[in-house]
Design a protein around this ligand. Structure first.
Ligand code: ADP
Length: 335
């Protein structure tokens, strides 16, 4: 289900649970979207804001919406752009995250954000949009109480940037919560059936899904075995998943799958770029994986990413099933 919407318009007109205000530290009103919200909400908003005694940059506070069609206003204070020298990225991400947390705490299910900090505060728009988009997406995956988040763009330039991000964007989001684990397990079941049944038959696939990608198995890998799972989102929909495990100088790529209907959209390449980036962050010098010998397409795709076959690996996975794989390795340039 798509949860993020990009629209162009005046945020003060939206009939939703809450709108977010790009406020300043004093919370006593200002120009831009802040001024527009105070005018539309009426003087009671200012009275209510004064009781909050200001707000730190990156934090958020809530009031009622008064004369606005929205029930609540979440006031957050974005950072002033200072050439990226004052932690602006973290502070901007924090604005989105804290606003969403306040929304969850107040049972708000639909909310709209303006393009925080991209007006008077001078943040570069493409960078602000990327942070906004990724932070919102990441939050939604682990908090399924929220139904809809609107990115309300006021100017054409922001609208174009957000649309592009939405269309082309891939976001890989770390899996932590039980709900996200359940989503991953469901994705695994769908993908493994699509992918492996023609290769190894339904019996073995069902056995493998139940043993290795059940909610319990994934939870155990994440919590006890040092695996990191990521869901790959495309246009706000789960499109695939990745599981990696750092092992000294080598990153073991345990799972990397894209669902059938999202193939050919460039997600494979983007997913692989994400994996290489992670490998470098861990200080790994190569990425290894095992792939079924019959899986000609995947072997071809991995070759394109720079993987080479090292040796055959035969694994007894129990219940009379055997995995007949190759081990492949890709060395990373580490300069
Ligand atoms: P900041 O100080 O955080 O930069 P601004 O209000 O100056 O806050 O700008 C934030 C964004 O809000 C800008 O992209 C601006 O175009 C947009 N904006 C201004 N008025 C509205 C409005 N009525 N609805 C939605 N967005 C608006």
């Amino acid at each position: 289900m798509a949860k993020i919407e990009i629209i162009k318009g005046d945020i003060t007109r939206l009939h939703i649970d809450a709108i977010v205000n790009a406020a300043n530290n004093s919370l006593t009103g200002g120009g831009g979207v802040d001024g527009a919200i105070h005018i539309a909400a009426g003087p009671e908003l200012l009275r209510s804001c004064k009781l909050l005694e200001g707000c730190e940059t990156g934090d958020a506070k809530i009031t009622k919406g008064f004369n606005l069609p929205a029930k609540f206003v979440i006031h957050t204070v974005g950072p002033v752009w200072q050439e990226g020298k004052t932690n602006e990225n973290q502070l901007l991400a924090s604005c989105y995250k804290e606003s969403l947390m306040l929304a969850v705490r107040n049972n708000i299910r639909t909310l709209a954000f303006p393009n925080i900090s991209t007006g008077i505060y001078g943040y570069p728009k493409p960078q602000a949009a990327t942070i906004a988009f990724e932070t919102i997406q990441a939050f939604l995956i682990n908090h399924q109480q929220i139904d809809r988040v609107i990115c309300c763009c006021f100017d054409e330039e922001n609208l174009k940037i957000y649309r592009e991000l939405y269309d082309k964007g891939i976001v890989a989001v770390r899996v932590f919560s039980p709900l996200a684990i359940e989503t991953t397990s469901k994705l695994a079941e769908k993908i493994w059936h699509e992918h492996y049944v023609p290769m190894i038959g339904i019996e073995q696939v069902s056995y493998m899904v139940n043993s290795f990608q059940s909610v319990k198995a994934i939870g155990n890998q994440i919590n006890n075995e040092n695996y990191q799972y990521y869901i790959i989102y495309h246009q706000s929909e789960p499109a695939g998943y990745i599981a990696i495990k750092p092992m000294g100088e080598e990153l073991f790529l345990s799972k990397f799958y894209i669902i059938q209907e999202k193939r050919g959209t460039g997600l494979g390449k983007k997913g692989y770029d994400f994996i290489s980036k992670k490998a470098k962050e861990f200080g790994c010098k190569s990425i290894t994986l095992t792939v079924n010998k019959n899986n000609i397409n995947s072997i071809k795709a991995y070759r394109k990413f720079g993987f080479e076959i090292e040796n055959p690996v035969i694994t007894d996975i129990g219940s009379g099933f055997i995995m007949d794989d190759y081990k492949m390795r890709s060395r990373l340039d580490t300069d």
